[in-house]
Design a protein around this ligand. Structure first.
Ligand code: ADE
Length: 243
């Protein structure tokens, strides 16, 4: 997957994308991260990328020309997504990560919080994404969050047959079951007996029940989109769920 990032702070990259699984994905050739300085596409003497707002008001607005020129200069397939990061965007979820992970090329435009000229929204970006209902000073960290979530979905990125993905909270549309490792007794806190039995069917059943229970307790909103078997529904009803 090829990723282009347009930013006025290229020094923020790769940042956290230069470590761990995302770094490995780049070394393995699964992810090609290209960071471009928007300032390189500004042609006035001071290489300005923003200006005051028409109509007045505080704060600066990102000018359209450097952004259009930057996107137009990229080697990217026509029609590939151009994502503008803004708090007004559609909420980024695991579904969006799965969708983007199937693209060959994705371009991210890191907006600054004060604003981006509306014509970038209308005629350059193909979509707008937000990572949550809070305001960051710019789209850079939001882009990193999205690239991180997408990169681990690329086939081969996790390095163990990608089966860990199936148990993720949100991939399964349920909250993950509790996990334990050694020691079986830690300061008197015991690992549940069933996990020590080696009985795979019993373990799978316990884990599913735990996932369902935790989802009901913590994120009941997820249950409406979860894939639930008749058995799951029975368990949830026993736990007091009323859908
Ligand atoms: N830029 C500023 N705040 C943002 C947010 N919450 N998500 C994405 N981009 C942003």
């Amino acid at each position: 997957m090829q990723v282009h990032v347009l930013t006025i702070f290229p020094e923020m990259f790769p940042g956290p994308l230069g470590a761990g699984i995302v770094e490995r994905a780049q070394k393995a050739g699964l992810l090609d991260l290209n960071v471009h300085n928007i300032r390189d596409y500004a042609h006035d003497r001071h290489r300005t990328t923003d200006d005051t707002a028409y109509g007045g008001g505080p704060g600066m607005v990102m000018r359209p020309e450097p952004l259009f020129e930057a996107v137009e200069s990229l080697d990217r397939p026509a029609g590939s997504p151009v994502v503008l990061l803004t708090p007004q965007g559609k909420l980024f979820t695991q579904r969006e990560a799965e969708r983007l992970s199937k693209e060959q090329t994705v371009t991210f435009i890191c907006g600054r919080y004060e604003g981006v000229d509306e014509r970038v929204r209308q005629h350059l970006a193909t979509e707008e994404l937000s990572i949550g209902d809070y305001v960051l000073t710019g789209g850079e960290i939001a882009t990193m969050v999205i690239v991180e979530a997408v990169a681990r979905l690329l086939p081969g990125a996790l390095g163990h047959g990608d089966e860990a993905l199936l148990d993720d909270t949100h991939t399964s549309r349920l909250v993950q079951y509790p996990q334990y490792t050694r020691p079986s007794d830690f300061q008197g806190a015991q690992v549940p007996d069933v996990l020590l039995t080696g009985d795979h069917a019993a373990i799978a059943k316990w884990r599913r029940r735990q996932s369902l229970q935790r989802t009901l307790e913590r994120r009941p909103d997820l249950l409406k989109d979860a894939e639930l078997s008749p058995e799951d529904r029975k368990v949830l009803q026993e736990l007091g769920w009323t859908d």
